[in-house]
Design a protein around this ligand. Structure first.
Ligand code: HEC
Ligand SMILES: [Cu+2]
Length: 316
């Protein structure tokens, strides 16, 4: 068994130096305190003929020096640790963003180019990578010990963590928040590759518009296409009058209450999960809610698809 964990990220040696210093300083304090205790216990044991005369001039200097020195040392350690901690939450702006979705009991990874993996993460070496994480059910925690990173992954909101891998290789990843029966199988591998290898790996995987293509398929599978037209005209055979989604994204939408909203990602997300919250003007509230039907992951794809309709609309 390898007791020494590899230091495979830029944060790893920094974190290790901090922990090691904390250990060494704590051991030094422990040795000093217990060393003095033992010395005096032995020296002043009962029966040892020693002068135990009165201590007449008590000095505060040692007390103050000792307390101040400890305070300075441990406060220094605190500042050092706090600096590192804050840095762990500030990804550089050029970081490569990869989406990670945790669910009982697997990690689903999605790359900007639309590539998808389960329990596998591929990253280039020496490049900052930011993980944008969400959970579909309970609290999970994404941890890569070799990178010295871990962060809780919560349902209903995005969490991030970042790292720069420094050594090509394969490392273990774990869910470190007990999340149910198969928590122990919620593990996987992180593969760190050189720049050219990474580019080749990306090229071997599905093309860039994959997210949109998957969204298009889901649009039919969930029955959206039965009501919504995605081309000119209305959806064929539909008995419900529904707005065409071409060109919706980014534009103003007049609502039945007289207000006008801008169709951003959040609006489209709400339209799918809570269709009765905002009704499009001159339409009936006939769209069923897809909350609990469409997963977080599929939502990302459907929204990507609806956004792409907007691009086509602008061009045509
Ligand atoms: C039973 C027919 C029906 C189905 C199925 C349906 N919708 Fe709708 N949808 C409507 C109607 C009617 C409206 C307009 C009234 C409203 O805002 O609720 C609407 C509104 C919308 C809007 C807002 C459009 C705008 O112009 O602002 C979006 C986005 C949307 N639907 C997406 C979807 C998606 C994605 C699906 C599939 C997951 C879907 N709809 C399934 C009938 C439907
Ligand atoms: Cu988990």
């Amino acid at each position: 068994m390898n007791l020494r964990l590899p230091q495979a990220s830029a944060h790893a040696p920094q974190t290790d130096a901090l922990i090691l210093s904390l250990l060494v300083i704590s051991l030094a304090v422990l040795a000093l305190v217990f060393g003095l205790m033992l010395t005096y216990v032995v020296r002043y044991r009962s029966g040892n003929p020693l002068d135990r005369g009165k201590l007449d001039d008590k000095t505060w200097r040692i007390e103050i020096a000792w307390t101040a020195a400890t305070l300075a040392v441990f406060f220094g350690l605190f500042l050092w640790g706090a600096g590192l901690y804050v840095n762990l939450f500030q990804a550089p702006p050029d970081a490569l963003k990869i989406s990670v979705i945790g669910k009982q009991w697997m990690w689903k990874v999605e790359y900007p180019g639309g590539q998808r993996e389960i329990n596998q993460l591929h990253v280039p070496v020496n490049r900052p990578v930011q993980l944008v994480m969400a959970s579909e059910d309970v609290i999970h925690d994404f941890a890569v010990p070799a990178f010295r990173i871990k962060h809780d992954v919560l349902p209903g909101r995005y969490q991030t963590e970042w790292f720069t891998a420094t050594e090509p290789g394969v490392y273990s990843l774990f869910c470190t928040q007990y999340c149910g029966t198969d928590h122990s199988s919620m593990i996987g591998r992180v593969t760190v590759m050189s720049g050219p290898d990474y580019a080749a790996w990306l090229a071997r995987n599905p093309a860039a518009d994959d997210l949109v293509a998957a969204g298009r398929e889901l649009f039919t599978r969930y029955g959206c296409s039965g009501c919504h037209a995605i081309g000119p005209g209305t959806a064929a055979g539909s008995t419900v009058r529904a707005p065409s989604l071409v060109g919706v994204y980014g534009g103003p939408v007049p609502l039945s209450d007289g207000s006008v909203v801008t169709a951003d990602e959040m609006y489209i997300r709400d339209s799918i999960l809570e269709p009765n919250k905002q009704i499009v003007a001159s339409y009936e509230p006939l769209m069923p809610s897809f909350a609990g039907v469409v997963s977080e992951e599929d939502l990302v794809r459907i929204i990507a698809f609806v956004k792409s309709l907007s691009v086509a609309g602008a061009q045509g």
